[in-house]
Design a protein around this ligand. Sequence first.
Ligand SMILES: Nc1ncnc2c1ncn2[C@@H]1O[C@H](COP(=O)(O)OP(=O)(O)OP(=O)(O)O)[C@@H](O)[C@H]1O
Length: 460
Amino acid sequence: MSMLAESSLYDFVFIYYSRNQAYLRVRAILHMMNDPAQLIEHGLGPYVLEEYQHARKAVGSLSDEHPYVQAYENPDPFLTFFARVGSDLPMLYGTYLVLTEPSSISVAQFSIMQRSASVLSSSITEIISSASTFRDRCHSIKELYRAEISVGVMKDGAVAYPDPIHEEMGGMAIEVRNLHFSYPEAATTTPTLHDINFSIKPGQLVVIVGANGSGKSTILKLLTRVYDPDAASGPDSILVDERPISEYRLGDLRRATSMLNQDHELYPLSLRENIGLGYVEKHNDLALIQRAIELGGASHCIEKLKDGMETKMDEESYSDKWDLPAEEEHPLNVELAGLPTAPTLSGGEKQRIVASRTFMRFMSGKTRLVAVDEPTSAFDAAGEQALFDNLLSMREGKTMIVVTHRFGTLTRQADFIICMKDGTIKERGSHNELMKLDGEYANLYNIQARAFVDDEKKER
Ligand SMILES: Nc1ncnc2c1ncn2[C@@H]1O[C@H](COP(=O)(O)OP(=O)(O)OP(=O)(O)O)[C@@H](O)[C@H]1O
């Protein structure tokens, strides 16, 4: 490919890529698929697959490969050689005949030969492009097959959740008995969790505290069935509404769970859709989304954006500015300069958008368990207080488990606190009970309280 042809192909692909909404949508959804754990945790798998199919259909038969790859992708050199030589061969033969035996070929025959050569050339090109499409398809099937295998690792249950008897009980009842767990990919020999026992009544607020790495988040991952306990724990190690968690349909359990964790990555979609994903059936209901934005504390950061909640977070498509022609006035650079850019949101602002998505999930009315894992690490103090106040105000009908390092309103309001150390429950009780015990919890509390007092002294 000549430099000129290569550059204009890149222009074409890039402009197509940046302008065509359907294409952008495919890229955005493919981006979401890069993090299947997130999708599984939030029960978004079916929605994303369906959206992918819509978007892919809208794009048609074009490749969804990255534009750079499309522009620079060369077919197999052997096939290119074959196409060039193969398509020119009849003409070469004709020229040879004209030169060596001028009387053996007429102008009409030569013209027919010319036309046939042109048809042959396009057929060969088509075969080559089909071969590359075929290769892409094989690759997709292989990926799909791998996904099938991994889906099979966690066995789905058959029982619908919640059952009519427990549905009215105001939240999920949880019982954990002799639970042991090690991550399949863990390099250590000691288990991540061992001999964990506790039970939570419907509608209770439970706070889990403890040092880094003590297993707090892992407990949430097991209660939301992101992982299954070790086989040694036995099938009854986690009971949900008095039945082993593994017996329920996973989709039902995920719909009944709202998970708000430390992860504050946004999808490359509009902010409206990022929040609407909390309740996919209503992802276009602007009034609900607006309410969720207020509860998540994201109103201020969305209002200051020119496009408000329609602002696209599609950073990927606009940021690939490498390997561009140096001249500023090159059409490709001009195109780029005119494209919208995704806003730079701070960590705390992103966390507020993610929190809004959780409130949107609450709107479905199906949430029976709220699992919260340090979602406010980048929040300011007022924002953190407002978020927890809003979470607590919507507690009715939900069991709430919160992992936190901060001692304050939540720990005082909790029905009970679980204090973890090295993968086991070290202490359990209310704030006052644990303070009286003067053990691990009191120690962690006092360290934090002392830091506050020291800060105050410094300020004076
Ligand atoms: N996916 C994983 N694979 C292997 N080991 C993991 C994985 N996730 C966590 N661990 C390990 O399991 C242990 C418990 O981790 P966990 O995240 O539950 O701790 P935590 O108490 O929530 O910590 P923190 O307060 O730092 O968030 C840690 O030693 C951690 O390194």
